[in-house]
Design a protein around this ligand. Structure first.
Ligand SMILES: Nc1ncnc2c1ncn2[C@@H]1O[C@H](COP(=O)(O)OP(=O)(O)OP(=O)(O)O)[C@@H](O)[C@H]1O
Ligand SMILES: O=P(O)(O)OC[C@H]1O[C@](O)(CO)[C@@H](O)[C@@H]1O
Length: 442
């Protein structure tokens, strides 16, 4: 297997040849190298799952291969004259401010880029007619923002015309747009990139993927997820305390997770206080011997109490589908927690079993906290990787960490599918299989 691959193999778009000397030496895996496109690639990273992959008949050539993240010996943008814009879009997530801070500091300290601006309230803030001022991001301005949750730039959902976004980037002289957002934001970034290409402009678009749901494929664990599930575990612990003090105590702890139950699963595993974990990936029924109601009744009878951890997207097939969408077109989920509370209350009453119902909905409290120490470091490293890629002229890509390696991933890979909990524990294959026709972007 040849670890050296070309940019074409990696499918990372570049704005043009990098010709300027970088202020940083190029190191890949700790050794200096002259190769631009050195591949410690995902083909290599998949080595230890090769047998499994072969068993499923996935040819090696079809496995994704990504460019190693890191500084390049030659860069595309002249630091002294480069203007960088930063925007945060979608729902909050621990670590957004860490990423903003590290982008500014990396640009300033290692590349000498002095001109960094922030757009307020997502893509809406780029389009001038929405009336949001831009913010000048200096090292002083961002120095302690990591201590606060949320994003100092604000965020938003809702469609913006890519043509108007590009008009404003041109008007402001932005050379690189760094987008911190989820899958929707990355679809938006790809469209903006396409409009830039159509006009023949050299504006780079580089993303740092964000989601507390941890459901973006090919990037490894998303930043803030670890902080989020640790915070969720606190609510589960509180629920345990409440139900144990009550007669017939049952608690439902609802956590976020539209399509993926990672927060629910990891928070439940963190300290074993949960009796039932309901996630979108696993269907469950209410009735019958193996239905939730019967099992819950038995559990409370045997142990005196029970805690249910509920991902918001679980059990949607049990309730009428909502036809509502949010401003970005994401489906608004039905109220599974309210439905379960009603059903459990009725069922316990029918059987004459004592019940004290407690309901915890910590969703916003979980995602609005600052990143913990481990996530903070991760955010900083992702941001640095994104800056290296952007200064080298890469575009239409996001950064990720696959099995301890930082990589540059073309946006279409992360928007083509989603990453979800594999109930069989077959994580690698679930990532592969969830990606819709996948590994060639031709
Ligand atoms: N399919 C799409 N094409 C273009 N732009 C999109 C698309 N989907 C979403 N966007 C834009 O990206 C921004 C954020 O999208 P969205 O609200 O879906 O959040 P997200 O980035 O997916 O984050 P979260 O994980 O919190 O939902 C919005 O301004 C939205 O209009
Ligand atoms: O209330 P908001 O801001 O629309 O966000 C809610 C959604 O955002 C997420 O946190 C991320 O997609 C989901 O888990 C959740 O459903």
């Amino acid at each position: 297997m040849n670890p050296v691959v070309t940019l074409d193999d990696l499918q990372v778009r570049s704005l043009g040849a990098s010709t300027l000397d970088s202020p940083l030496a190029l190191y890949v895996d700790g050794r200096e190298t002259n190769e631009y496109y050195v591949g410690e690639t995902d083909r290599i990273l998949y080595d230890d799952t090769l047998e499994l992959i072969a068993a499923r008949g996935v040819p090696m050539e079809q496995l994704p291969t990504f460019e190693a993240g890191g500084p390049r010996r030659k860069i595309f943008f002249e630091p002294a004259t480069t203007r960088v814009g930063v925007v945060t879009c979608g729902g909050l997530c621990p670590g957004l401010n860490d990423v903003i801070r590290a982008i500014v500091l990396e640009l300033h300290t290692h590349y000498g880029v002095r001109d960094v601006i922030g757009f307020q309230h997502g893509y809406a803030g780029i389009v001038e007619s929405n009336g949001h001022d831009v913010v000048t991001l200096t090292p002083e301005y961002v120095s302690r923002i990591n201590e606060r949750g949320g994003t100092i730039l604000g965020s938003s959902r809702g469609a913006q015309d890519p043509g108007l976004v590009v008009d404003r980037l041109v008007e402001l002289g932005v050379d690189i747009l760094m987008v911190i957002g989820g899958d929707g934001s990355m679809r938006g970034a790809h469209n903006i990139g396409a409009e830039i290409e159509r006009r023949g402009l050299t504006i780079g678009i580089v993303g740092v993927p964000k989601t507390i749901d941890n459901d973006i494929p090919h990037i490894g664990q998303s930043f803030g997820f670890s902080t989020a599930f640790a915070k969720a575990a606190e609510s589960i612990k509180a629920a345990r305390v409440e139900v144990e003090a009550a007669v017939g105590g049952v608690a439902i702890v609802k956590v976020m997770g539209r399509h993926a139950g990672f927060i629910a699963c990891y928070a439940a595993l963190a300290n074993h206080d949960a009796d039932f974990v309901l996630i979108p990936e696993v269907r469950f029924s209410l009735d019958g011997d193996n239905g939730l109601l019967s099992l819950l009744g038995q559990r409370v009878q045997e142990r005196g109490s029970a805690v249910i951890v509920l991902a918001e997207g679980a059990g949607q097939d049990l309730i009428p589908a909502s036809d509502r969408t949010d401003a970005s077109g994401n489906a608004v989920l039905g109220d599974i927690a309210g439905f379960l509370r009603d059903q459990i209350t009725k069922d316990f009453a029918n059987r004459g079993q004592a019940l004290t119902m407690r309901y915890f909905n910590p969703g916003y409290a979980i995602r609005s906290v600052p990143a913990d120490a481990s996530d903070s470091v991760y955010c900083a490293r992702l941001a640095q990787t994104a800056v290296h890629a952007a200064m080298a002229g890469r575009t239409d890509m996001v950064v990720g960490r696959r099995r301890h390696r930082f990589v540059n991933v073309p946006i279409p890979f992360v928007t083509a599918g989603s990453h979800s909990v594999s109930p069989d524990g077959d994580l690698w294959l679930s990532v592969l299989e969830s990606t819709a026709q996948p590994f060639s972007m031709a």
